[in-house]
Design a protein around this ligand. Structure first.
Ligand code: SF4
Length: 92
């Protein structure tokens, strides 16, 4: 079950809890490549400024798909943190 907890911190940082993971978008880093949208179109979309954002209505996704979608970002604009507080993406 996804939690619709979408926290917007300023204009550039967005955070949402999805599939028991915290997902953060740093829109300052995003270059609009669309890689994440191709893997998880039920979660991400490209806005009118050609930057990624969370969809208004997010669809269901597994943790594995979520991690893959964030891992394909070429500029590390997406972060994933698990329930224990460990950062999974970007990989260190
Ligand atoms: S993969 Fe990264 S750079 Fe490309 S749209 Fe997603 S967040 Fe932006």
């Amino acid at each position: 079950m996804n939690e619709r907890q979408n926290l917007r911190i300023g204009r550039t940082l967005m955070e949402m809890t999805i599939a028991n993971h915290i997902v953060r978008i740093d829109r300052d880093q995003c270059i609009g490549s669309g890689n994440c949208v191709k893997v998880a179109p039920q979660i991400f979309e490209i806005d009118e400024d050609n930057l990624v954002r969370f969809r208004e209505e997010i669809g269901s996704i597994t943790a594995e798909q979520l991690i893959e979608a964030c891992d394909v970002c070429p500029v590390d604009a997406l972060s994933v943190i698990d329930a224990t507080g460990q950062q999974i993406v970007p990989r260190s």
